[in-house]
Design a protein around this ligand. Structure first.
Ligand code: CP
Length: 327
């Protein structure tokens, strides 16, 4: 088995096989077929930060493939509350499991878990570092949505909006799209949450293009895909909070119809902050046909089943094991 810690581990061939596998697992995600390639396997699920979709879709994915799950959430309920180290925690829980999925607030900490683990470790988000399974489901969805419109990721224009400073899904996405060619990014974030300089270099080094925009309207104008993000309030310093005064919506139906393409694809890693003045994607776009946010979450289950199949070395058995559900 192998760890999945960063999108930098992946190449185009790895993406092709992972996406093919995710596609063959679609009927399992939809419950019309079963596949029990992980029967007898145990997942250790360790989430030290809040999560709805990442934790539940990883756990659901493992069980959909016939495996079982042991889990702990937050710092209060594990013995980290008694001062136990990452090293000892990883060594202990990996002894009970065949794979670990870990989310932790410190950048680089999931790699520390991997160093001490005796089984493959999947990074489910390490602070403002990476969230590779999210990038994979984003890419898988982007490809599906663009292909449905006769387009492809190569040559696409992608607007990236919101918290470009702390949004780890943004960072991983800019990075992984370096595997594709002629992608143009049009980025807009409030000045205090602007994209760190290193990511302009990441994009340029990969041969893609990045354009810094002064408004949402300017960013979304020619965009095939509009990728929105939530302000990562839990990562703002006191100084950030003083300089970030955000009001209204990041994107709503009025802005979208005034500036965006009618066939635009709207994505968001979610959660979106539904509180007033949260500067996020407004629910008034929910009837827009290009809104792909729940197709992203549904695809997350397929991508995570595919990740486990590869990490545990059973990907070749998927097709043989597919059979109609009994219900
Ligand atoms: N997109 C995402 O990581 O969501 P959760 O924090 O709910 O897992």
């Amino acid at each position: 088995g192998q760890h999945l810690l960063s999108v930098s581990q992946l190449d185009r061939a790895a993406l092709t096989s992972l996406f093919g596998l995710a596609e063959s697992l679609r009927p399992v995600g939809q419950g019309t077929q079963v596949c029990r390639i992980l029967e007898g396997a145990m997942l250790g699920s360790l989430f030290f930060e809040p999560s709805t979709r990442t934790r539940l879709s990883f756990e659901s994915a493992f069980q959909r493939l016939g495996g079982a799950v042991v889990s702990t959430t937050g710092f209060t309920f594990s013995s980290m509350a008694k001062g136990e180290s990452i090293h000892d925690t990883a060594r202990v829980v990996s002894g009970y499991s065949d794979a670990l999925v870990v989310r932790h607030p410190d950048t680089g900490s999931v790699a520390e878990f991997a160093d001490a683990s005796v089984v493959p470790v999947i990074n489910a988000g390490d602070g403002s570092g990476e969230h590779p399974s999210q990038s994979l489901l984003d890419l898988f969805t982007m490809r599906q949505e663009l292909e449905a419109r006769g387009k492809s990721i190569d040559g696409a224009t992608i607007a990236v909006l919101g918290d470009l400073r702390y949004g780890r899904t943004v960072h991983s996405l800019l990075h992984i799209l370096g595997l594709y060619s002629k992608v143009t990014f049009r980025v807009f974030g409030p000045p205090a949450l602007a994209l760190p300089a290193e990511f302009f270099e990441v994009v340029s080094a990969s041969g893609n293009r990045i354009v810094e925009c002064d408004s949402v309207g300017e960013a979304i104008g020619p965009a095939d895909v509009i990728y929105c993000t939530r302000v990562q309030k839990e990562r703002l310093s006191e100084q950030d909070e003083e300089s970030v005064h955000l009001k209204g919506d990041l994107l709503n139906m009025a802005i979208l119809t005034q500036y965006g393409r009618p066939d635009a694809i709207i994505m968001h890693p979610l959660p979106r902050d539904s509180r007033h003045n949260s500067f996020d994607l407004s629910p008034d776009v929910d009837d827009f046909p290009g809104l792909a946010i729940f197709r992203q979450t549904d695809n997350g289950l397929l991508i995570r089943m595919a990740i486990f199949s590869i990490a545990l070395g059973v990907a070749d058995h998927v097709t043989d094991d597919l059979r109609p559900a009994a219900w």
